[in-house]
Design a protein. Structure first.
Length: 212
């Protein structure tokens, strides 16, 4: 887990939003290899092993079917997500994580993988978290760009919320375009969209009548 990404992580327990405190036992190249993340609100602790943060609670993780990494697809992901510089970090959900190594060789910004195939582990430039349920333990608007996989609508909606306004979002063509994004283009395999601003709250206007 890249140390600079810890600030973007949030405790998944249902309570007021809280950052997490990192305790590192072993670090390499600014990545926590072994350690713990702790929540100052509920006192929950989440282990870091082999660079992977595990947010699961007694859940058995079933690895998705794993295909082969595709260097050409990694190049396409980098272009569609507009990762031409090192600002911020990008999130890859689910099976997109199998392209992380090839993608890390193309882009300069950190990659955060959420529930990638089970054999994918962290390395310099690549951070991994394991989760359960619908929540994604990231601050709203924290990710520069996001690649979403198929899954529950609530989880896809959470992935959109954690992407900053104006950030790119890509998904498989078989996944419906989620609310909160504007489609830019699509083909037979995937679509690319842009995160829209959240609606502004309604403002009540009080009109004072003239006294006659």
């Amino acid at each position: 887990m890249f140390i600079e990404l810890v600030d973007a992580l949030r405790c998944p327990v249902s309570h007021e939003e809280s950052w997490l405190v990192a305790s590192a036992v072993r670090t390499e190249a600014r990545h926590i290899v072994i350690g713990t993340l702790g929540c100052p609100v509920c006192q929950a602790e989440y282990p870091i092993r082999d660079g992977v943060v595990d947010f699961r609670r007694d859940a058995i993780y079933v690895a998705p079917a794993v295909g082969q990494a595709d260097p050409e697809l990694a190049m396409r992901i980098a272009a569609l997500l507009d990762l031409a510089d090192s600002r911020g970090f990008a999130v890859l959900l689910g099976d997109w994580g199998r392209h992380a190594v090839a993608l890390a060789g193309i882009v300069e910004l950190p990659l955060l993988l959420v529930d990638p195939p089970e054999d994918v582990t962290g390395s310099p430039g690549i951070s991994v978290i394991r989760t359960e349920g619908e929540a994604i333990p990231l601050a709203m608007g924290s990710a520069r760009a996001t690649a979403i996989d198929s899954g529950l609508e609530a989880r896809i909606a959470a992935a959109v919320r954690m992407t900053k306004t104006g950030g790119r979002v890509i998904g498989p063509a078989g996944v419906s375009l989620p609310p909160g994004v504007r489609e830019l283009a699509r083909d037979e395999s995937m679509w690319v969209a842009e995160r829209e601003p959240d609606p502004s709250p309604l403002i009540s206007l009080h009109v004072r009548r003239a006294q006659g």
